[in-house]
Ligand binder design. Structure first.
Ligand SMILES: [Ca+2]
Ligand SMILES: [Ca+2]
Length: 314
């Protein structure tokens, strides 16, 4: 039919050409936002507590972007307000049941184009125990791995070594970055619990009730050299340059090789056992540090860790 009426063919061709040009114009001027990276935030929490999760949203055309979260409990957030491309957007959420939830986010630009869903961030709700013997990582692997996140830059590497049980296996070696103490942590929210670690060498930092992404909390360390003691500090404003306050000390503590630390926190009571001896037993009533995460790192020199265990007290 077009051959009989060539002017119709020309008309159709010009329409098709116009549509192709129009859509080419659209795709070059409005691409969807980049698929966001997995949201960040707590990996462990408790029922009914509100936690903050963050995601960075960016658009290749530098359009303003809004973000929406899927909380993994069959609920989603509203879209956020539009903000500048490259901004980090925060949302809060609480869970009403225990379980493991997969949190993801998507972005849309102010022209209505939506990104794909991000990879998921997992959170375990319900005051669950935690255990890590580092066997699930590969030798020479460096943190972050598993649920461990870096709060302060340093060296965190899986090594093969003789473990506390005398068998050869994976342990974690942490070291300082220049003069700065290192801190690797689990962004959990345990209330009352026992926290146990095996450690050897150097002066470890063993942190508990960590809040604000590891920037404040308690830590235990061992002083070696001229003074040998087990020390308990409270710190705020980061372990690198913030304030610290010594709240307990047990002198004459100088173990050889692997030693076992157990911290029992229950309300304001803090009991610290080293190789099963109760060395520190104090009450520190501080409502701003009533729950939080755990951490390990080097206060001085190179330190080894194995068999990290947290068990909530019901
Ligand atoms: Ca765009
Ligand atoms: Ca191990």
């Amino acid at each position: 039919m077009f051959t009989k009426k060539p002017y119709h063919l020309l008309g159709w061709l010009s329409i098709i050409f116009g549509v192709v040009m129009l859509s080419a114009g659209c795709t070059s001027s409005d691409n969807p936002p980049q698929t966001p990276a997995a949201p960040s935030g707590h990996t462990r929490g408790r029922i009914g507590i509100t936690y903050t999760f963050k995601v960075l949203a960016a658009d290749p055309d530098a359009d303003n972007v809004a973000v929406k979260f899927d909380w993994g409990d069959e609920s989603q957030s509203e879209w956020s307000n539009f903000g500048a491309s490259g901004d980090t957007v925060s949302f809060t959420h609480s869970y009403s049941d225990s379980g493991t939830y997969q949190i993801k986010a998507e972005a849309k630009d102010n022209k209505g184009k939506e990104s794909d869903w991000s990879p998921v961030h997992k959170i375990i709700i319900g005051n669950e125990p935690f255990y890590d013997d580092f066997s699930s990582y590969s030798v020479s692997q460096e943190a972050p791995f598993g649920e461990w996140k870096i709060a302060v830059h340093g060296i965190y590497q899986i090594e093969q070594a003789v473990q506390p049980d005398s068998n050869t296996g994976n342990v974690l070696k942490t070291d300082m970055d220049g003069d700065t103490p290192s801190l690797l942590f689990i962004d959990g929210d345990w209330l009352n619990d026992t926290f146990e670690v095996d450690t050897k060498d150097g002066e470890p930092g063993i942190y508990f009730r960590l809040c604000d992404e590891g920037s404040r909390g308690y830590y235990v360390t061992k002083a070696s050299g001229y003074n040998t003691s087990l020390l308990l500090y409270k710190f705020a404003g980061g372990v690198e340059s913030g304030t610290k306050q010594k709240i307990a000390e047990s002198v004459g503590f100088n173990p050889e090789g692997w030693w076992h630390l157990k911290i029992l926190v229950n309300g304001a009571s803090i009991k610290i056992y080293a190789n099963d001896s109760l060395l520190i037993d104090i009450v520190d009533n501080d409502p701003s540090l009533s729950s939080g995460g755990i951490g390990i790192g080097s206060r001085y020199g190179s330190v080894h860790f194995d068999n990290i265990k947290v068990e909530p007290i019901e």
